[in-house]
Ligand binder design. Structure first.
Ligand SMILES: C[S@@+](CC[C@H](N)C(=O)[O-])C[C@H]1O[C@@H](n2cnc3c(N)ncnc32)[C@H](O)[C@@H]1O
Length: 216
């Protein structure tokens, strides 16, 4: 599996029994996890026929029909008590929230999530619904930055900045994180110079100060 993002996610799936990968597309993650014995079995689910056909072909090719099960389903409606780890990767934050909101996660021990956007909203939702961040990584893939979070059931109390960038990602201050913040700062400074009103300038300046503090 070539994707650094999916490979990183797989590290946190190791040791569980039964994975449900929602929004699986080609089923790369569940196939990799079962092939490498990180889990015993996996569901590879998607709500569209095209991706499920892709998943079926990949599962056939890997000869894993008895251990990786493709399923056409909206979200995680098919969860049952044997599924102990769930991954939802590569969708917008709001969509992930909607999928979690409609699922019965009672028996899920670990959630592995990576939103393409709206990380603030996602962490707010997870905090409000008694999920706690155990691990986080900021991954750079094809020039884009992805926040990966690994959660178990529990409590957390995040600041505004932590909801946006991740408490452990901020703490680690990896080179990718510093690079990402510096890119944001460059855009903000450009916006500051172009801003037409004093009000907007004040707002941008506040944001610049905050982000400079995060990487200081
Ligand atoms: C960009 S792909 C991500 C594929 C893979 N998880 C990854 O991260 O590389 C998003 C997938 O989510 C699926 N999807 C979108 N909404 C969904 C939903 N409500 N339930 C299940 N799958 C969904 C799409 O059909 C698509 O195959």
């Amino acid at each position: 599996m070539k994707s650094v993002r999916l490979l990183t996610a797989s590290k946190y799936i190791k040791g569980y029994n039964f994975l449900a990968d929602c929004g699986t597309d080609h089923a790369k993650l569940p196939i990799f996890c079962v092939e490498n014995k990180l889990v015993k079995k996996a569901f590879a689910s998607d709500n569209k026929i095209g991706p499920i056909e892709n998943a079926k072909k990949s599962i056939d090719k890997a000869n894993l029909n008895d251990l990786v099960f493709p399923i056409l389903a909206d979200g995680l409606s098919y969860l049952h008590k044997d599924i102990d780890v769930v991954s939802v990767l590569g969708m917008g934050g709001r969509l992930i929230i909607q999928i979690l909101e409609n699922a019965d996660l009672t028996f899920v021990k670990r959630l592995i999530l990576s939103a393409n956007s709206e990380n603030y909203l996602l962490r707010q939702y997870l905090q409000d619904n008694s999920w706690k961040i155990e691990y986080e990584e900021l991954i750079k893939e094809n020039s884009k930055y992805y926040q990966l979070m690994v959660l178990s059931q529990g409590k957390m109390d995040l600041s505004e900045l932590e909801k946006e960038f991740g408490p452990l990602i901020i703490k680690e201050k990896s080179s990718e994180f510093i690079e990402m913040i510096n890119k944001l700062l460059m855009k903000l400074k450009y916006g500051y110079n172009k801003a037409k009103t004093e009000e907007v300038k004040i707002e941008i300046k506040k944001r610049i100060k905050l982000l400079e503090e995060v990487i200081s």
